[in-house]
Design a binder for this molecule. Structure first.
Ligand code: GDP
Ligand code: MN
Length: 404
């Protein structure tokens, strides 16, 4: 469970890790901008990586400037995620940016402390171009970090003289936080040396093991409760959650409207296999109501990325005729223009077919781009046709409308 930077920094503060003075501001607490010491850094609270490069880390010299910047960020949607809060921090003068992270190396079955004297926004390139510049120190599960190990790491990343002791202290504090709070990751990038001689964590990326949350009432007391998501939900994912069906945004252009979770996953594989790109995973979950089915279809239709919808209903507990009714009603009410290529087989197939045929004869125009195949057309053929139609509809949008 990823934490926001401001939550991570609250944990840091609990573990004595030095962080800049800060306040969290949302649309209702702009007055707090009066009570901070300028200049400040304004940081959008979102899980999108590389905020620095995306312009989501800004500076302000006074309250007016801060208000302008904060208002321009709050409420904007970035990579599918709405920004509801910003962190306002004392702006520090950076002398050196370092990198420090602790995570589980799953191949080595050990905890690894990764550190570098070249921290900051380009750490990915450093890791890629100069792997030697990343220093790795391994710890066996259950072992503590001895003081000599912390000092060893500190000096590897250039913390020496008066910085050696505070550096080693910060490293062992972060290790204690990682172990005690059951983290999957705790990262500080950048860990900085300031012009006035302080060592500070300017960023915080903490990923907790959500299955261990019950062990941490102290987190709940801080308002950090199990969210059960890896990251933030996109608008569509939030909508689906409210409507009561599992849904995950993917970055393709074929909307997947499957019967159930199992086939939903298989459909994603098949679409990829035949050269297409699915736009989502979705599960109708048991016997969905008509309302739910229409909400599911609407979510795909309204997604600007989606060029064509692939649907499959293998009627079992949830019957083909119910499915057909929901599809027909959705089409009549919403007059969608995107093609739908579907297959319907199984329980109440004949009844379902009659419903579709009747609708086609009464509303020919609305159903022009809607094809519903039966048991005698293999699913592979239906998927191949979907991929072909998606191609004909043009390329997927590359705008930042989606996440992941
Ligand atoms: P990220 O890009 O999402 O990882 O956001 P960070 O919190 O790491 O900020 C990105 C970059 O902004 C940092 O690497 C710093 O170079 C810069 N930055 C952040 N806070 C400050 C600050 O207080 N003073 C200065 N001068 N730069 C800062
Ligand atoms: Mn960072």
């Amino acid at each position: 469970m990823r934490l926001y930077e401001y939550e991570g920094k609250r944990l840091f503060a609990r573990y004595r890790l030095p962080v800049p003075r800060n306040v969290v501001v949302d649309g209702t607490s702009l007055h707090q901008l009066r009570n901070v010491v300028y200049p400040v850094v304004i940081k959008a609270q979102t899980f999108v990586g590389s905020r620095g490069k995306a312009g989501l880390v800004q500076f302000a010299r006074d309250e007016n400037e801060a208000r302008d910047r904060v208002c321009s960020v709050l409420g904007t949607v970035y990579s599918g995620h709405k920004i509801d809060r910003v962190l306002i921090e004392e702006k520090v003068r950076i002398k050196k940016e370092l990198y420090l992270a602790i995570l589980v190396d799953r191949l080595a079955h050990r905890i690894v402390v990764m550190s570098s004297r070249y921290g900051g926004v380009d750490i990915e390139e450093v890791g890629h171009n100069q792997p030697d510049a990343i220093f790795k120190y391994y710890f066996s599960p259950g072992s503590i970090m001895h003081a000599y190990a912390a000092r060893n790491i500190a000096s590897e990343i250039g913390l020496e003289g008066p910085f050696l002791a505070p550096g080693a202290g910060a490293i062992s504090d972060l290790y204690r936080l990682f172990i005690e709070l059951d983290c999957k990751l705790s990262e500080i990038n950048p860990l900085v040396l300031t012009a006035d001689g302080r060592l500070m964590a300017l960023d915080a990326k903490v990923d907790l093991d959500e299955d261990a949350m019950f062990r941490h009432p102290e987190l709940a007391a801080m308002g950090i409760v199990a969210r059960h998501e890896v990251g933030e939900l996109s608008e569509r994912e939030r909508f689906a959650k409210k409507a009561g069906f599992p849904y995950v945004d993917l970055d393709g252009d074929i909307g997947v409207f499957p019967g159930g979770a199992g086939f939903g996953i298989a459909a994603i594989d098949l679409i990829e296999h035949y050269g297409g790109k699915p736009a989502n995973f979705m599960d109708s979950g048991g016997a969905p109501t008509q309302d739910k089915l229409r909400a599911m279809l609407g979510l795909l239709m309204d997604n600007p990325r989606v060029r064509v919808i692939f649907g499959a209903r293998f009627g079992g507990i949830s019957r083909c005729d119910d499915w057909a009714k929901a599809v027909v009603q959705y089409v009549i009410e919403n007059r969608p223009t995107k093609p739908m290529i579907m297959r319907m087989a199984g329980n109440m197939e004949e009844e379902g077919r009659k419903i579709i045929e009747k609708a086609k004869s009464e509303h020919g125009d609305l159903f022009r781009k809607i094809r519903v195949y039966a048991y005698d057309t293999p699913i592979e053929e239906v998927i191949k046709e979907t991929v072909r139609v998606a191609r004909e509809q043009g390329r997927p949008e590359t705008s930042g409308d989606n996440n992941r």
